[in-house]
Each structure stands twice: as C-alpha cells, then as structure tokens.
Ligand binder design. Sequence first.
Ligand code: NAP
Length: 242
Amino acid sequence: MKYALVTGGSRGLGRAVCLQLAAEGVPVIINYQSNRSAAEEVLAQITERGGKAELLQFDVADINSVDSALVDWESKHPDDYIAILVNNAGIREDNLMIFMQNEQWDRVINVTVNGFFYVTRRLLKSMMTKRFGRIINMASLSGLKGMPGQTNYSAAKAALIGATKALAQEVAPRKVTVNAVAPGFIETDMTKDLDMDSLKKLVPVGRFGKPEEVAELVCFLASEKSSYITGEVISINGGLYT
Ligand code: NAP
C-alpha cells in the first residue's frame, strides 16, 4: 500500500494536509516532534471519519531519530512504502541579523534544510524503485522574497527551493516529482503572535490564508493528476507577490 508521510503533521498546515490526504483515501503517517496530544487529536479525527492513519514521532533535524523511526516503520510494513512525502516541519526563530544568536541560526537551518535532507534521502530509494513518488516541500514567501528579521528562515526556505529544483531533475526519469509550495501568511500557531490586522492590509485578498487552502494545493501535487509538474515553486499567498 502507498502511504503518505507528513512531517510536522500534528498542527497547522501539516495537520490540514493529513486530514485532507486521509479524506482522499490515502493512509497517512502523522509525524510530530513533541506535541503528542495534538498528533493524537489528528489521528482521532481521521479514524472517526473512516480514514487510515498512524503516528510516528521523530525530530527531523536528528539523523538518528529519523533513521530509527523509519527503520521501525519499514519493519512493521514489509509490503508498504511511503510514496508521498510532505516535508512540512518548520520553525521560526526571528531576530535581526545583528542580534541573531548562533543557536537561532542553526536551529532553523537544521530543521528546514537538514530535516529535508535526512527524511527525503531515506525515502528516495523505494520511490525510485517503485517508479512513483511525490515529494512536496513546504517553502515560504520568505524564501522567495526574503523577509527582514528572518535571515535564518529566508535562507533555509531559499535552500529548500534550490534543493527542490535540483532533486526534481535527478529523479524525474523514475516518475518521482518534487515540488515546493510557498505560502504567504496562513493562520496557524506559527503566525499567531503576528499583528494580523495590520499585516492583512498588505494582502490583496484582504485576509490570512487558511491551512485547508494550502492543503488543497499540497494534495493536488501529491496526486497522480500532477504528474507533469516537477521542480516548481507554487505560491499561495492571496496575491502578496514579491
Ligand atoms: P506550526 O503551526 O508551528 O506547526 C509546526 C509543526 O512542525 C508542528 O507539527 C511541529 O510538531 C512540527 N515540528 C517542528 N519542529 C519539528 C522537528 N524538528 N521535527 C518534527 N516536527 C517538527 O507551523 P505551520 O504554520 O503549520 O508551518 C508549517 C510549515 O509551513 C513550516 O515549514 C513553515 O515554515 C511553513 N510556512 C508557514 C506559513 C504560515 O504562515 N503559517 C507560511 C509559510 C510557510 P509538534 O506539534 O510536535 O511541535
């Protein structure tokens, strides 16, 4: 059976992607780092609606944690493989560069860039041998435009976009597609401390996006319908262009 793995599936955009994929009949692996109760709530919603899902805890930025969780999953699923990977886990540690601490720089780069590398490398082989795979990377408007106060986050998301374009060319002959989604302001825990009333005036649509709106795009890219789209970065930002 083909499974989808959503990193950071316990909250926000990842949660919405898990719910939407499961509603479309895809068995989902909900990854989380520490918030088990939020992940369990996603699992419960999926199973109540007749979907199939399971939890898999690991820290995407820790190679040992990634490898041991995925080795364990594979040993319990000898006839299944992860055909859809949504690299969604991400964090913000904003600061002006002049004040930025080494740890703030390292944490954001580690989760976004190293996390993408550790999880994706681990899953590529089975996608390539089975000749079907979908990799969707959660980038950001910040990775396209650059945002003041977010040099770490903008650098990490720009790196993810570069990796998306390079990997897409490596694996295209094996029917594995690799795309990035670049949201603007979306209502989640990550943006709850922002001044929504003033920021939404910058958005032509006049509001922040909903996680479900991003999930629709991710699910299209995860489907067989998107087979001729690869190496793309698709913005979803209510018209807030760079
Ligand atoms: P969020 O509400 O803060 O949720 C973050 C999720 O990532 C949680 O499920 C969290 O797990 C997980 N996570 C964090 N670090 C992790 C790690 N080291 N290993 C595994 N999981 C980890 O964030 P969000 O707004 O949904 O953002 C999701 C993605 O979209 C991020 O990559 C973010 O950069 C990107 N994005 C968001 C926006 C926006 O406006 N919200 C805009 C552009 C891009 P726990 O629950 O266990 O903590």
